[in-house]
Each structure stands twice: as C-alpha cells, then as structure tokens.
Design a protein around this ligand. Sequence first.
Ligand code: PEP
Ligand code: MG
Length: 604
Amino acid sequence: MLTLAGLGVSPGVAWGPAALLRQRQPAVRYLIAPPRVAMETGRLEAAREATARQLRAVLAKVAGSAVAEFSHLFEAQLLMLDDPMLVARAKSIIARERINAEWALDRAFDEFSAIFAHVEDAYLRERRGDVADVVGRLRHNLLAAHPGAADFLPDLAAPAILVAADLAPSFAAQIDRRTILGLALETGSRTHHSAILARSLGLPAVAGAAGVTRHILPGTVVLVDGDRGTVVIDPTPEALDEAAARAERLRTRAASARAAERGPALTADGVAILFQANIERPEEAEDAREAGAEGIGLFRSEFLLGARTVDEFDEESQYLVYRDLAERMAPFPVTIRTFDVDESHGAHEGGRNGADLDLERDETASRGPLGLRAIRLSLNRRDAFETQLRALSRAACHGSLRVLLPFVSGVEEVREAKTVLEGAWRAACRGIAGAPPRVPVGAMIEVPSAALTVDLLAAEADFFSIGTNDLIQYCLAVDRTDGRVARLFDPLHPAILRVIRHVARLARRRRRTVAVCGEMASDPRALLLLLGLGVTEFSMRPSAIPTARHLVRRVAMADAQRASARALGLATSGEIAAMLAEAFPGAVAGPGGENDGPLEEDEP
Ligand code: PEP
Ligand code: MG
C-alpha cells in the first residue's frame, strides 16, 4: 500500500482498478473484457494495413525524387511491420494479457528496444529509431481509427478510477458515472473544470497528486479519498473496509439532508432566498430537481461540445437539448450559458475529427484563457453563435429559457451579442407559427472590468450572474487551475468582498437581479457573507444545495448583514474567517462544509 497526497477537490471515497490516461504521449492504457480481444487485435491489424499503405505511398514519392537513395529506409520499415516481434507480438500480448491495442503495442516496442539496446553494432542500434518511427505511425493510426480518447471509456472491463495528469474539458465532459468511479489527477485545483464536473457528478476526486501517472499501473486497485485528499495505491483490506463504511455514512447523511430540506428557503427572519443549480450535462437536471433547485442558474453548454468545434455542433441537436432541459425543469427557468471555450474549440481545421487528432492538441491549440475565449470567440464565429442562439430561441417556445453571456468585459460585447440574438430570433420566427418568446439576456460578471461597470452593463443586460471562479482568479491574479497557488485563491479576500458588494449595490440600484454562480457560494462562510452583501440568488452544484438551504434557514439576514459589515472592516481573510467562526459557531466549519451533509446542529 502506498499513499500519495493531493488536494481533495470532490468529496467522498471510491475505489476500483485504475484506467490510465496518458496525455503527453497520446495513449490510453486499460484492461479489456474478454469479448473485446478480437476487436482490439482487429484495430491493430487495421492500423498495420493503414501504416503499410502510407509507407508504400511515401516510397513511391521518394523513389522518383532527388532523395531516392533513402528508399531503402522505407522498404526496411515496411518489412518491420511484418516482423513477428512487433505487430504479431502485440496481438499475442492483447490476447494473453487482455490489454488494449495501444498499450500492447508499447509493450512490444519496449521488448524490441531492449534487444536493440544490447547489440554491439552501432548501425543496428541506430535502427531502433526506425522502429520507433514505425511504431509512432502505428500509434497514430490506432488513434485516428479511434478518434476522441473518451471513446475508450465505455470499453472498460469494469468501472474504474480514472488516473490522469490532467483532464481536458472535452474529455471530462464525456465521463459517465456508471463507468468512472473517481478521479486521481496529477494537476488541477478546486475550481478547475474537471473538479467542478467531478463534484457535479458526485465523483470523489483528488487533484495535485504528484506522481499518480508514474506510480499507478493500469488495473492496480486504487482508492481515491476526496475527503482526505489522498490516493491510496493497493489499499489493504482494512483500508477498504473503512472506506466502505465511510461511503455508506455519507450516502445516508446526504439522503437525510435532501429529505430535510424541502420547502421554501427563507432566512430565519423571513427573507426569501433562491437556489438554482449549476449543471454541465442535461441528465443532471434530475439531480437539480431532487436537490430542490428552483431552476438552472448555469448550464455550461460547452460541455455538450465534446471534441467538436463550435461550428460542428448543428442547430437541431442543440435545439433538442435546450428544449429537453426547458421541459424537464418547467415551470422553473433554465439559464443556458453560451459556449465558454477557447480557440481549441473554435478552430475549424478539419483535422479535429480527422487523422491527426491527438490529446495533446487539445492543450496546445489554446493560447490561454485571456485570448479568443467565450463571448469573444462567439462574436468571432458569428455563424456558430447565431446557430446556438437560433436553437435557444426555438427551444424557448417549450419552457422558460434565459441566455447568459460568459466572460463579458464591456458593454459593446453585450450589444453585439444582442444584435446576433435579434437575427437568430427573426430566423426562428420564420420556422414557427407565431413568434417565439424573447429570451432574457444576462451577463456573467467574472472579469474585473465588468464588475466595475455593472451600472453601464445594466442598460443592456437583463440580469447578472457573478462567476466567482474567474472573478477571483483575475482580481487576485491567481491561476485557478494551478494547484501550487491554490492557497492564494481566496474567496474571503477583502478585495473579493468589496468587489461583490460593489456589483450587488450597482445591480440593485439599476433593478437588475444578481446571482452568484461560482463555487464560492457553496462554502458556508462565504455564503453568509454573500447574503449580508445583498446577494439573495445562488446557483450551485445540486449536491451543495441542501447544505446551503439548511444554513440559510438558520441564519437571520440581519445577522448576516452585521457580519458582512464587520468583515468589510477587516484586513485579511484570516481575520474574517475568525470573526465568522465566532459569530456563527458550528455553522461555518470552513471548506469542510463541502461535505454535502447537513451542518452541525448548533444554532448560530
Ligand atoms: C465562474 O467563473 O465562476 C463560473 C461559474 O464559470 P466557470 O467556472 O465555468 O468558468
Ligand atoms: Mg467562468
């Protein structure tokens, strides 16, 4: 048994065999079920044939060119393809060890390399490079015939713990909680999208666990402990028993919290508080309803994209999803945030679904979060934006929909977006008897410039939603995805309280509603402060809602306001946390309140 420490980013415990996702050298390694053996050997054979075709084409080109003397290199590579030590060996490894084709190929190559390493002849030793070249081509062709690494997920022999260096959102979005039990990640932080998704799905997750991809072999039993922030490799039977008992306690607690938290959310002095849900996938609408959410405050529509670019997602498919969501949540509203993705989803290079797809591209195609992202990308890809807004306008005939613009930095973006929406609405009118209803337009407040100009934005936007995940990172200059600076990502920082007070005040004066949809609201201490700062609408992952409602009902708004006023006079988040702990003993356990169970029963 070996325990690796990380950061618990999604509570709970889960254990199972590891499935390893290697992104740097695009390969996935997992055990396969017996009926899958023929398919994996077939994939390898298809990759061999594709490689042979490509090499013959290269050979034909080289033969008639000025570099004809290199022909022998490719002839040799063609021979290597038929060498019993390579593809044939990999096939027998698949059959004997029941592992996927990519992994078996790597194994065969390692054996091949080991032999070359010991030959005396330098010329022959150098030939290892030629074999590596052939293997690279084979790998590439395997991946091309198996586009989107997420395809491997349904093929797992048994539900597994996903072990990876990092998870691209397009991959994370395809995780199915029936096949993935938990996540063990090398990098990441609480507000990384993979962590947010894990919490939404109720999957225990540990991020920042250095070395997991090196120490864990595929198929090894791994225990992910999201409460303690540890990844245990080869846990003892006692450790597994303890984890099972804890998981059962958590399940019972969560169920009783849900049952106890029905009915209107009123503070102890009778102020109505609205709780809506953040979801990433349509099926989570059920979780939202079950948790008592009165609508969807944030549907992260980009999670629908998977590996597609924004212009590859057709109107009809989008319309069906938005309509389904509106119908499922009726009579409550559903807020669809337009795609919050960067250039890697905006590029229409043809290769994304083609032969040169690999996982690394997902990471390198982007130039970072301050580039062509979110509303900026939408306005740059007008056709795709209009498609999304047309789908939304049509779906609005079937329920209450609102549109939320991500990463707004100024008034012009909202104006331009409304012009595109107007065109989309007119187009939607043409296909429908009677005009579809107008969709209210909201702006995310997550860029400091938007926070400072809420009064100006109020002339264009119908409502606001504060995205504290981004607002905090840009106000405090702390990369939310970098676990090394996670301690500096501080929702209780005096600057954050001030900026939220400013937004809430300006919005109130302009009669615009303002919700908080960032993760901050699911921290009980922050929730108390937000209430006191004048925020009465929240959107959070469904599993956090019962705890938050429970807290709200035990707190008088007047007390929350007093606490916020005091907090605004304090200099550090440490002082603010201490003041809250004193003012609301028991209610503010700190981020431990993330555990999704009811808070302690002490009255504030
Ligand atoms: C936010 O930034 O707080 C937010 C809700 O959006 P996301 O986490 O998807 O960036
Ligand atoms: Mg954001």
